[in-house]
Design a protein around this ligand. Structure first.
Ligand SMILES: NC(=O)c1ccc[n+]([C@@H]2O[C@H](COP(=O)([O-])OP(=O)(O)OC[C@H]3O[C@@H](n4cnc5c(N)ncnc54)[C@H](OP(=O)(O)O)[C@@H]3O)[C@@H](O)[C@H]2O)c1
Length: 277
């Protein structure tokens, strides 16, 4: 059946071309230049340290939150670090000895408003999955807990709120995950933080302890693709966290910043790019 085989090759070839075109578009679109800076990164960090700012992290037991806490302590950017979570975490490393822990009941967050008081900067890396918590549980964590925490943080004096959202977040989406992420972004924006930074990472490249077969499969599939097209569909968690901290020390004239995956790569690799130039 040469005719059927020929049309099969044609369809297969067309799909391949389409995938490559979409991947190239993802890879090439968006900013890849560093934001304009009057000072180098080291000086900006030093200036930031002098401000003696305090911060809190929501989700410090998770993959992003863990790496964020580690890098925050290594960089000594903040004079006080608080983690807010549903359980107390044990740290053996001396570096963690001054970390302040606030254990809260997320179902009764109003009763824990003091946990959110007095922090200049907040990082929210909370989240669950529909597979783990069901649809209602996912909305509860990724929307309700995030929004309530942001409200309490705002009331408690937080000036700069950082939200880890997701690539494709869109409040008009028919996909629950993307819709909820888009909704919570918009609702936190309405709270009117002096500065609100939204990070929209693609698939996080990390050796996750928890078993998540679909994410594991996506990471395995994406490994060779991310070698060729590093910013199209994924981001190493270390790069995301560096981007969060570099963004925090950079001055911004925008009240709301939306950082898509490519911008996250650019910001997260500022040091390497500075060294090259
Ligand atoms: N995974 C990806 O590839 C990917 C890609 C783009 C965006 N994101 C988004 O990025 C964010 C962080 O992702 P991640 O993979 O770093 O998160 P993660 O490892 O799953 O950690 C989630 C954090 O949220 C907390 N949490 C979950 N359910 C909770 C509940 N019911 N009550 C209180 N706390 C709860 C966890 O605390 P416990 O340790 O106590 O459970 C943990 O600290 C999420 O919003 C996620 O949607 C992820």
């Amino acid at each position: 059946m040469p005719g059927v085989r020929g049309s099969g090759y044609w369809i297969g070839g067309s799909i391949l071309v389409l995938i490559v075109a979409i991947t190239l578009h993802q890879e090439l679109s968006g900013p890849s230049e560093l934001p304009r800076m009057a000072k180098d990164l080291q000086t900006l960090r030093e200036d930031f340290r002098q401000l003696n700012k305090s911060c809190f992290i929501l989700g410090a037991s998770g993959e992003t939150g863990k790496e964020l806490l580690k890098q925050i302590l290594q960089s000594r950017l903040f004079s006080k670090v608080t983690i807010v979570g549903r359980r107390k975490l044990d740290f053996e490393d001396e570096a963690y000895k001054d970390v302040n822990q606030e254990v809260v009941d997320f179902e009764k967050l109003d009763e824990y408003s003091s946990a959110f008081q007095g922090h200049d900067v907040g990082f929210c890396c909370l989240g669950t999955t529909k597979a783990k918590s069901g649809e209602a549980g996912f909305i509860r964590v990724d929307h309700d807990y995030v929004l309530k925490s942001a409200q309490l943080a705002k009331a408690g004096g937080c000036q700069h709120f950082n939200l880890e959202s997701s690539k494709g977040a869109n409040k008009g989406s028919s996909f629950l995950y993307l819709r909820v992420k888009g909704e919570v972004e918009a609702e936190v924006e309405e709270l009117g933080f002096e500065r609100f930074t939204i990070f929209r990472p693609a698939v996080l490249m990390v050796d996750r302890k928890e078993s998540r077969p679909s994410e594991w499969f996506a990471r395995k599939m994406l490994s060779p693709i991310s070698y060729l097209f590093p910013t199209a569909y994924s981001v190493p968690i270390t790069t995301l966290v560096r981007a969060m901290l570099n963004s925090a020390v950079l001055q911004s004239d925008k009240r709301v910043e939306l950082l898509e995956n490519k911008a996250i790569h650019t910001l997260g690799k500022m040091e390497e790019q500075e060294q090259k130039s």
